[in-house]
Design a protein around this ligand. Structure first.
Ligand SMILES: [Zn+2]
Ligand SMILES: [Zn+2]
Length: 132
């Protein structure tokens, strides 16, 4: 039955994102799953990721290329400008930022924030030092 296969693929796609710390793009998930799931199409991966994000089971991250995060807690990220990898930052929620946002947006109920920092990861930083 088509419905059953659909949900099995969905589970595969979900597990691939949750089992990774890489905040993968749809393309990455597709490349990971393709060898063991030759019937899987890139379109199916896109569609399922999008549905999972709509349901709040995954987080869609609006980077230049969309990425997905299996960790739905509010948390911050670091995006490397060199290799474009995305890392989790265990940064405590700062009430000062929420208070500033609440002040800047009267009438809005601020419940948290996720910040994205950019720069170079340790590896790319080292490579960059080497160039100088
Ligand atoms: Zn890097
Ligand atoms: Zn994350």
């Amino acid at each position: 039955m088509a419905g059953k296969r659909y949900s099995r693929q969905r589970e595969l796609i979900y597990n691939a994102v949750v089992g990774s710390k890489e905040h993968p793009t749809a393309e990455m998930v597709y490349q990971w799953l393709k060898p063991t799931n030759p019937n899987l199409s890139l379109g199916t991966v896109y569609r399922n990721l999008s549905l999972l994000a709509q349901e709040g089971i995954l987080i869609r991250m609006p980077f230049p290329v969309e990425r997905y995060d299996g960790d739905v807690r509010p948390h911050s990220h670091f995006r490397c400008k060199g290799c474009e990898k995305v890392f989790d930052l265990e940064l405590e929620q700062d009430p000062i930022i929420d208070a500033a946002a609440a002040k800047a947006a009267p009438g809005f109920r601020v419940e948290g924030h996720d910040l994205t920092f950019t720069g170079l990861c340790p590896e790319c930083g080292k490579r960059d030092e080497g160039k100088k």
